[in-house]
Write a protein that binds this ligand. Sequence first.
Ligand code: UFG
Length: 333
Amino acid sequence: MSADLSGQSHIVVGGAGYIGSHVCKMIAALGGTPVTFDNLSSGHDHAVQWGPLVNVDLCNVEKTREAFHAHKEAVSVIHLASSIEVGIGEKDPAGFYNNNVIGAYNLLEAMRANNLNRFIFSSTCATYGETENVPLTEDEVQNPFSVYGKTKLTIEHMIQSYHNAYALNYITLRYFNASGADPDGDIGEEHDPETHLIPIALEAAAGRRGKIKIFGTDYETPDGTCIRDYIHVNDIARAHILGLQRFDEGLTNLEVNIGTGNGYSNLQILQTIEKVTGLPLPYDATPRRPGDVTRLYADATRAKEVLGFEPAHSDLENIIRTAWNFHRSRWQI
Ligand code: UFG
C-alpha cells in the first residue's frame, strides 16, 4: 500500500478494540499516529501499542468534548466504538441506543465544535435485515432485524444529515463479519464474553469450553444453518486507509460494503476449523438466536470501484489459521 500518513494524527474511537487495534497498527505502519479514544469497557489497554490512549466514554458529553478539543489537530476521526453483540442488544435495547446512538451524537457534536470534518464510520451489513436479495448491494432497502442493526442505521441517517447541513465529509463502511487476526500474533479478537462463532468454535476445539451450540439448523439454506460473509480484520483495516486516501481526492458521502462476496454457512465454518486445527468439533443444534437473519453476503463491487478495495487476506482457511495462531499463543497451547 502506498499511503503515506507521516506527520498525521488520526483519532480512532474504539482503538483498543478488535478492529480498532488493527486499524491503529496499520496507521502507524504508514507513518501516522493513531490516537485511541476508548473507555476500555470492552477494549484492552494492552492492544493500544501504536499511539496514545485517551480514556473517554462517549456518553460523557463534557469529557468527550474536552478530548476532541485536545486533539483537534487530527486529520480524521474513525469511529469503531459500539455495543455489537446481536443477542445482547435484543435484551438490552436501552443500553444499545444509549451507547451507540447517543454516543455517536455526542461524538459528532464534539467534532463539529472542533471543526473536525473527516469521518469514517463502522457500520454493518446488519442494517439490511432479512432479505432474499443476496449478494447485497448498498442500494438494498435497509430494514434491520436486530436492535444492533437499528442503532447502526440510525447513526447512518444522523451522519447523512450532518453531511447535508454541516458539510461533514464521511465514509460509512458496512462491514460484514470481521474475523481472523494480524499474522504477527500481537493483536486479535478478545471479547469478554465472547459471542462470535469463530472464536467460540476455536475455544471448543481447544477444549476450553463444552460443545459449541449452533443456533438454528432449520434455516432455508443448503445445510439449514445461517450464512455469513467472513472478512479478515486486516482487510477491513485496509479499507479505512483507502478511505483516508480518498478523502484527499475529495471523496465523501459514501456508503460502501466491506465484504468478500462469499457466503459460508455455520457448519462450513466448523468443518474448516476442524481442517485447520486438526481437532474434532462436535456441536449441539439449538433453537435460533433472536436477531439473527438467514443469509448476509456482500456485493463488493462498489468497494472495488470507488475505494479500489479488494480483500487480500480473506481466504477462509487463512482467516481461521490466523485466529487459531493468535488464540493458541494467548492460551499457551
Ligand atoms: N453462532 C452460533 N453459535 C455461537 C455463536 C454464533 O451458531 O455460539 C451463529 C450465529 O447464530 C450466526 C453466526 O454464527 O448465525 C454468526 O454469528 P456471530 O455472532 O459470529 O456474528 P453475527 O453475524 O451475529 O454478527 C457479527 C457482528 C456484528 C456484525 C455482524 C454482521 O457481531 O457486529 O457480524 O453479520 F454486524
